[in-house]
Design a protein. Structure first.
Ligand code: GTP
Ligand code: SPV
Ligand code: MN
Length: 582
């Protein structure tokens, strides 16, 4: 027995009886433990050592080629009532789900080690943080959880103090996609995942706990668990404003969170608090205070370069795990978008041949401790979190959606978030580039009915609240030539500056039915190479196009039936009427 908490020992016993491991290892989170796991995985071939002179303590993991992304069609939210999971989730009755998945867990750890991973999502002493325990038979998962969470002895102590924790059971099983399920039981605060070793399916602290289970718990307790980055913008006067931004998977959170301002911004600095998940709750001052529950980054490799994201690239030359990237002839990690080097082996370990597609898998990832990031903010460790001045929603929209607009008020902002659409990416299996609604970037991650989630968002607007302003951005508008019109990356600073100025009341805007847009003179465009026609495209509202968009948003709101909050429908009707008049 390794814990003072009987409930935890009982659960570990129960799981061991079901899965029948050869050994049980309670993780302490130490460096020695990490190195021993690496050695073990080098022996089994789960990890390959990268060039130690260019990339000390960096390893490559090649996953099973059928297991490279999240699997939304195999991800279930198992509430007693189907309506509580909502049309935004796949649902299974909890009894049936347990029966089905327990049959797959039976005996699945024979010959393997069962690892018990106590972890804390958020600074150990934060009142906003919450803990969990993941049981897994994958050393790769343990190593990644050590980088991504506060894992080990300290987390176990907090769990023993709190007496509660989210129970996550994971096994890679035999990786047969027909025997793969990611099941959530929000009413039991439990997760069961089998048949995949991929990040979002297997590192249960991340999407399964910190978003699906936490969003459900947050609704009960009056806070928000969101798919958002958190950054601080420091101006030359030394004032810092914090922004949280929700973009769907592989739509630019990591890049925005680590932005380096362009030359037109001397004396400005962006501080990184988080790149994927944000937990926030109202403070005594009525503002929303946010923490990043994670301790590392599980970021998209392709496209990461010294030009696009120098902060990310600089932290990837030591102490990192790479999954499904390519390798150069001298064993350096490589992916599309890196200007130097060339791939010798592709992500599957084959000799690189362009006929086989990209060298690195489009959803290949790096895992690295946040402390290695040059823009990492000391405030990321603040147990109280940081106060949020603005919330930014954004999607990948090649047409229609302008560069940026500001919502009129909280209710309109919630509608803007609920109405978000984005083209699908390689972060989940299935077709890429298909436009779908992805409310608040939470379509794959909300652990309950979206209609109730919208109502929960609306409920924050009450007496005494000092809520952030809500904006919408789109870095991905394409021109007639099929290329992105906006340069993006560091130049997104120009949009962030306008966002902050609007919060302070010092920037101008053009009022339109969909919200307030900057005019060209409201943005700092110094040093930007944009034609007047491109600028016009980015800052103009296509009223006919938006009228049809709003008709489609109306159908989407209707798809949740009577649970859709009236306030949202009324806001939708107001904007639709304004568009019709125009
Ligand atoms: P998840 O980790 O899946 O949640 O993704 P994310 O939202 O953190 O996305 P990330 O920042 O990793 O970006 C995904 C892809 O979009 C990368 O290939 C980036 O190079 C690209 N990208 C990010 N920001 C921009 C931008 O401003 N403009 C353009 N054109 N591409 C961008
Ligand atoms: C995402 O898909 O949004 C990710 C990667 O951040 S994963 O953790 O695998 O879900
Ligand atoms: Mn994500």
């Amino acid at each position: 027995m390794a814990s003072k908490l009987e409930a935890l020992n009982r659960w570990v016993d129960e799981v061991a009886r079901l899965t029948q491991p050869d050994r049980i290892h309670w993780c302490d989170g130490s460096e020695a433990e990490y190195q021993a796991l690496v050695e073990l995985m080098l022996d089994t071939g789960d990890l390959i050592e990268l060039n130690p002179s260019t990339h000390p303590n960096c390893y490559l993991h090649r996953s099973n080629p059928s297991d490279v992304a999240r699997v939304e069609h195999l991800t279930f939210v198992c509430t007693q009532e189907a309506d509580d999971a909502g049309p935004n989730n796949h649902w299974m009755a909890p009894d049936e789900a347990h029966r089905k998945i327990d049959a797959l867990f039976a005996g699945c750890m024979k010959g393997r080690t069962l690892y018990v991973i106590p972890y804390c999502m958020g600074p150990i002493d934060s009142p906003i943080a919450r803990c969990g325990v993941e049981i897994t038979d994958s050393p790769y998962v343990v190593a990644n959880m050590r980088i991504m969470t506060r894992m080990g002895v300290k987390a176990l102590e907090r769990i023993e103090r709190d007496g509660t924790f989210v129970r996550g059971l994971h096994s890679t099983g035999d990786l047969d996609p027909a025997k793969r399920f990611i099941m959530h039981f929000p009413e039991e605060r439990a997760i069961k995942s089998i048949g995949s070793g991929y990040g979002g399916n297997a590192l249960l602290g991340k999407k399964c706990h910190a978003l699906r289970i936490a969003s459900h718990q947050a609704r009960q307790e009056g806070w928000l668990a969101e798919h958002m980055l958190i950054l601080g913008i420091e101006n030359p006067q030394g004032e810092t404003h914090y922004v949280a931004a929700a973009f769907p998977s592989a739509c630019g959170k990591t890049n925005l969170a680590m932005l380096i301002p362009p030359k037109a911004y001397p004396g400005w600095k962006i501080w990184t608090i988080g790149d994927d998940i944000c937990w926030m709750q109202p403070g005594p001052d009525g503002r929303l205070w946010a923490i990043n529950p994670e301790a590392g980054f599980f970021g998209v490799a392709p496209g990461t370069s010294a030009k696009t994201n120098p902060n990310a690239l600089a932290m990837l030359d030591r102490d990192a795990i790479f999954t499904n990237v390519a390798e150069t002839a001298d064993n350096q990690p490589w992916w599309e978008g890196l200007p130097d080097g060339k791939p010798a082996k592709d992500w599957q370990g084959r000799d690189y041949d362009p006929a086989n597609g990209p060298a690195a898998h489009p959803n290949s990832r790096f895992t690295v401790s946040a402390r290695q990031c040059a823009s990492w903010s000391p405030r990321a460790e603040d147990p109280q979190g940081v106060p949020i001045s603005a919330i930014v929603f954004g999607g990948r929209r090649e047409s229609l959606v302008p560069l940026v607009f500001e919502s009129r008020d909280w209710t309109h902002g919630v509608l803007v978030g609920a109405a978000m659409g984005s083209e699908t990416t390689a972060a989940a299996t299935g077709a890429v580039g298909v436009l779908r609604r992805d409310s608040m970037a939470m379509k794959p991650f909300c652990g309950y009915n979206f209609a109730d989630y919208f109502a929960h968002w609306l409920s924050f607007d009450k007496a005494g609240a000092k809520l952030p302003k809500i904006f919408h951005v789109n870095w991905f508008r394409k021109g007639a030539d099929g290329k992105f019109v906006w340069p993006g990356f560091g130049d997104n600073m120009r949009v962030l500056e306008w966002v902050i100025e609007r919060c302070k009341g010092t920037a101008g805007a053009n009022e339109t039915p969909i919200g307030n847009l900057p005019r060209a003179q409201d943005l700092n465009l110094a040093g930007l190479d944009l034609s007047p026609a491109d600028l016009e495209l980015l800052l103009t509202v296509d009223r006919d196009g938006w009228a049809s968009e709003y008709a489609s948003i109306g159908e989407y709101l209707d798809s949740f039936g009577a649970r859709t909050p009236d306030a949202l429908r009324q806001e939708h009707a107001r904007t639709s009427a304004a568009l019709a008049q125009a």
